[in-house]
Design a binder for this molecule. Sequence first.
Ligand code: NAD
Ligand code: UDP
Length: 318
Amino acid sequence: MAREYFSQKRILVTGGAGFLGSHLIDRLIAAGHEVLCVDNLFTGSKRNIEHLHAHPRFEFMRHDVCFPLFVEVDAIYNLACPASPIHYQYDPVQTTKVSVHGAINMLGLAKRLRCPILQASTSEVYGDPTQHPQTESYWGNVNPIGLRSCYDEGKRCAETLFFDYHRQHKLGIKVMRIFNTYGPRMHPADGRVVSNFIMQALRGEDITLFGDGNQTRSFCYVDDLIEGMIRLMESPEGFTGPVNIGNPVEFTIRELAELVVEMTGARSKLIHLPLPSDDPTQRKPDISLARRELGWEPTVPLREGLEKTIAYFRQIAN
Ligand code: NAD
Ligand code: UDP
């Protein structure tokens, strides 16, 4: 009993009302921790955490991480940031601010508390990659002035800040480069490819392939991703990352569309729309580092993850 008490931590999750944050909180609560969820509900939703409201180890605080935060915690997961292209391009100046000012504020908090902090970074730091698959040592191919730059460069600058706080202030950091992740609680209108295709199929609408549909992505189911995130936070202090966490099985966007149509039984047609600017042509993580350092690899195949995701979207559509 005493041991359980001492292994219980008070953990801050910024962006905890979002897709990934809410799944992370479920895992942390199930492991016996106390969780403080900080979110300004820009893209997240109270619905994602409503099942936790009466829980004695859960607390929600509505707050924008661009402003300083004074709380007492033992560890910080920094996830606050809009993640889908239509959300982060809606107010691009705010997107850079949340990545950079948010990182500065959370790193400052971690520095005062001397606690570990994990950054939800992204495969977008590789931009439109010229190396395939992407390893962590690849520096990327990012347009600094395009429509995606607010997110890509914001996240790159956040990584810089994390490593400078580590070198300068000896802070215990963990930097996780997340590749495309999907699952229940994605926002149905976030325009991301998995949610978009499923919603279009369930409504019997045309499925919108941007460009020729031959661009590739690798899709990781949310439970696998969260397992990787927790393993990274719990890894030895000397291991900082950056580490790729994603599913290395690569699909074209057309293959994804065909699978969604088949699995939903939809009569939707595939149609083509113009490719958004700077849309990466191919993306696939090299996960050797995660395998070696974290003993992690994804276990959920796309078809199985899509079944659960389609079931979720059917349920919220009713
Ligand atoms: P999401 O939009 O569902 O969640 C982000 C959360 O951050 C939302 O709840 C939103 O309200 C909150 N937020 C935004 N700005 C904020 C601010 N200024 N202050 C406080 N809260 C704020 O997105 P997600 O998919 O859950 O992504 C979570 C994190 O993981 C993000 O940092 C994202 O960049 C990163 N990531 C996600 C993916 C993916 O495929 N899902 C891929 C790469 C990186
Ligand atoms: N995409 C598409 N149709 C859609 C939404 C997205 O063809 O309705 C494509 C998009 O152009 C990109 C891929 O799917 O090539 C993944 O898009 P998403 O926005 O999910 O993520 P990201 O581009 O950030 O990887």
